[in-house]
Write a protein that binds this ligand. Structure first.
Ligand SMILES: NC(=O)c1ccc[n+]([C@@H]2O[C@H](COP(=O)([O-])OP(=O)(O)OC[C@H]3O[C@@H](n4cnc5c(N)ncnc54)[C@H](O)[C@@H]3O)[C@@H](O)[C@H]2O)c1
Length: 338
């Protein structure tokens, strides 16, 4: 069985390629390296000892997509490709709509032409906007606070419309909470091309002296220690969730939105403290005012993932902090020696 992975050299895509290859699937992967590096291809092969077909292609280019679908017998698609930085999306909304929306429309049109009607889409907990209560179930009303989030919600809506028009499609919208960590080999991790946005890359930059302290936005939330609480999930667990999602879309034709989180929230300070303890390093903190749009607490109700996919996160914050640090050591020094 052959799976097309879009954005497969990115952070979550590369880990998912490893899990899919190890589960015995044949892969066709494409990426334009907007936010990843060609060297990731060899790393996936090194970890798994298995090869796959790779195309350097942009989903904006319909001809490239036509070529990929005409040259391969694809059974289903996992769609990671897209831009993902919230702040950048506020500054450059058209770039985000162009890349994420137009690219996805090109992909879906090509899939329709080639009668490939099974897709797992990378959505995000960002579609819950400011949730009314936690843990967040999949039926929470949807709303968004920035253009990045809007592209996720728009693509979810496009896929829901597509399913209404033709219920022979099988669609899973995976709503990720906060992916962190890296491959335990140290070979794969989050390695963005620009300035990092998310908390873990910023913790790593501070631990490696690239910035002298980390800004923590808000210490007066009604949480355990005043800092925001999030549902961090190890990228390996997330990757395994995709293997389960593929198993389901090959069996059942419907559309489902499913949270992928651990169901347990950790505060920013708890995560930083765990990181310091596990890796025996210092991460100096400076408090800054709350950021508009940030919520006090956000963590998943994970029952649907467990019931529909038979999936549950296995790894905790210790592994998340250890594997993130090890992967960054390998990246900086070529080994995991300090
Ligand atoms: N990492 C997170 O915190 C998070 C949370 C929720 C949802 N998501 C979503 O999951 C998906 C994967 O996220 P990630 O963290 O691996 O991001 P990433 O940036 O590491 O991976 C995305 C990949 O898509 C590629 N890409 C972008 N535009 C492309 C295009 N037009 N054509 C071909 N390739 C293109 C990039 O080069 C990159 O390799 C994204 O859609 C993201 O929005 C991520």
């Amino acid at each position: 069985m052959s799976i097309l992975v879009t954005g497969g050299t990115g952070f979550i895509g590369s880990h998912t390629c490893v899990e899919l290859l190890e589960a015995g699937y044949d892969l066709v992967v494409f990426d334009n390296f907007a936010n990843s590096k060609p060297s990731v291809i060899d790393k996936i092969v090194d970890i798994t000892g298995k090869g796959f077909k790779f195309y350097h292609a942009d989903m904006a280019d319909k001809n490239s997509l036509e070529r990929i679908f005409s040259e391969n017998d694809i059974d289903c698609v996992i769609h990671f490709a897209g831009y993902k930085a919230v702040g950048e999306s506020v500054e450059k909304p058209l770039m985000y709509y162009q890349n994420n929306i137009t690219g996805t429309l090109n992909l879906l049109e090509t899939m329709s032409e080639y009668n490939v009607k099974r897709i797992v889409f990378s959505s995000s907990a960002t579609v819950y906007g400011i949730p009314k209560s936690v843990p967040i179930t999949e039926d929470e009303p949807l709303s968004v606070t920035n253009p990045y989030g809007r592209t996720k919600l728009m693509i979810e809506d496009i896929l829901r419309d597509l399913y209404v028009s033709d219920n022979s499609w099988a669609i899973i919208l995976l709503r990720y909470f906060n992916p962190v960590g890296g491959h335990p080999s140290g070979l794969l991790c989050e390695d963005p091309n620009g300035i990092p946005n998310n908390l873990m890359p910023r913790i790593l930059d501070t631990a490696f002296g690239k910035q002298d302290k980390i800004n923590v936005f808000g210490n007066d939330y009604p949480t355990v220690d005043g800092t925001g609480v999030r549902d961090y999930i190890h990228v390996l667990d997330l990757a395994k969730g995709h293997v389960k999602a593929v198993e389901r879309i090959m069996r059942v034709n419907d559309i489902q939105a499913i949270n992928l989180g651990t169901g347990r929230g950790y505060s920013v300070l708890e995560l930083i403290k765990t990181f310091e303890e596990v890796n025996n390093v210092k991460v100096p903190v400076e408090f800054a005012p709350r950021r508009p749009g940030d919520v006090a607490e956000c963590y998943a109700d994970t029952r649907k993932a467990s019931e529909m996919l038979g999936w549950k996160a296995q790894l905790g914050v210790t592994e998340m902090c250890r594997d993130s640090y090890r992967a960054r050591l390998m990246l900086e020094h070529g080994s995991d020696d300090k």
